[in-house]
Design a protein around this ligand. Structure first.
Ligand code: OGA
Ligand code: NI
Length: 335
């Protein structure tokens, strides 16, 4: 395999105090220079067990408008299942390199699915300090088991169970996000594909890095998805851009981190904001995360909801097939 995985670079590295130049970000991106350390509020934390549903809706709507991101506690996914999801993912990345390469994303493939080290081209030729694995987990008709690790053997049942649990949380989120816009509960889900919404699992693997001050795991972006539901491990690293500052997300054991993605921003005509975020890496520890991207089918057209428009509020976005939107974003073309 020609491609150098970051994990392989780290384990074979001669330079223990330095990193290859292609990982060194320009100064205006370096975390040591650009991370904010002053007093700033934390990303909102929302308790799904709160007895007053209207209160939850209010918090979700405010967080999605002001931040584009929030953490959810008491979401109903058992903590031991989250731990198992983390364990089987870690076991996959702990396999020998050749075993992981069996799942490598085929060169030139149209789908993102598979094991790999980078998506998209960086204009300045820089690389991310991360490897990843992508595979769809729902609906059944879009799953390709070729990209699901066979080792450990529990990888598959654990991911199947997680898919079922995460769907329940996602349905609730769509309902409450819709109601937060004053719409019927099913509007947002239907607006991004209804039962055809595709659940794309990604595992991010960020190996320890001798110079975490200079590099990034993933660079600044908003998610292409409608919404992203992310489980992190205990090593902090997610940062969000808020009021002109890059701030650290706090790790809350067992919490889900919900990102509003581009498609909900579009549907809501900008009332909800896709969050700009990035990740830093750690000097000693491996950071991992498990985002599930909720995406419309490729042919599905997403545009601002007519219910939210009137002569005073014109559409801010063009309706577009999701596959065309993705193509433009991936190739950095105007939408
Ligand atoms: C991503 C991403 C954040 C994280 O993969 O799109 O933003 O915490 N990951 O790893
Ligand atoms: Ni992201």
């Amino acid at each position: 395999m020609e491609v150098e995985r970051v994990q392989a670079i780290v384990s074979s590295s001669l330079a223990k105090d330095n990193i290859p130049l292609e990982f060194v970000r320009p100064e205006d991106e370096q975390p040591a220079i650009t991370t904010f350390h002053g007093l700033i509020p934390d990303i909102p934390v929302i308790d799904f067990n709160h007895p007053d549903q209207d209160h939850i809706i209010h918090l979700i709507a405010n967080a999605s408008r002001d931040w584009g991101i929030f953490q959810v506690v008491n979401h109903g996914i058992p903590f031991h299942l989250i731990q198992k999801l983390q364990q089987v993912g870690k076991e996959f990345f702990d396999l020998p390199q050749e075993e992981k390469e069996v799942y490598a994303k085929p060169p030139g493939a149209l789908t993102l699915e598979g094991y790999g080290s980078k998506i998209g081209k960086d204009v300045n030729g820089k690389k991310n300090w991360a490897d990843h694995l992508f595979h769809k987990i729902w609906p059944a008709s879009c799953i390709n088991h070729q990209f699901w690790p066979k080792n450990p053997p529990s990888y598959r049942p654990v991911n199947e169970e997680y898919a079922q649990e995460v769907r329940k949380v996602v349905d609730k989120l769509f309902e409450w996000l819709s109601m937060g816009l004053g719409l019927e509960a099913d509007v947002l889900k239907q607006g991004v594909g209804g039962e055809e919404i595709e659940y794309l699992m990604k595992i991010n693997y960020y190996p320890p890095c001798p110079r975490p001050d200079l590099t990034l795991g993933v660079t600044s972006h908003t998610d292409l998805s409608a919404m992203t539901v992310l489980v992190p491990n205990e090593v902090p690293g997610l940062q969000v851009f808020k009021d002109g500052h890059w701030i650290d997300a706090k790790y809350i054991p067992g919490a889900l981190i919900i990102h509003i993605g581009d498609q909900i921003e579009i549907l809501s005509n900008g009332k909800y904001k896709a969050v700009l975020h990035r990740t830093t890496v750690d000097k000693e520890k491996t950071r991992m995360s498990w985002p599930v991207f909720l995406e419309p089918p490729g042919e599905f057209v997403v545009g601002p909801l007519p219910q939210l428009l009137d002569p005073q509020i014109p559409p801010k976005y063009k309706p577009k097939k999701f596959k065309d939107y993705s193509y433009c974003k991936f190739h950095k073309l105007p939408q």
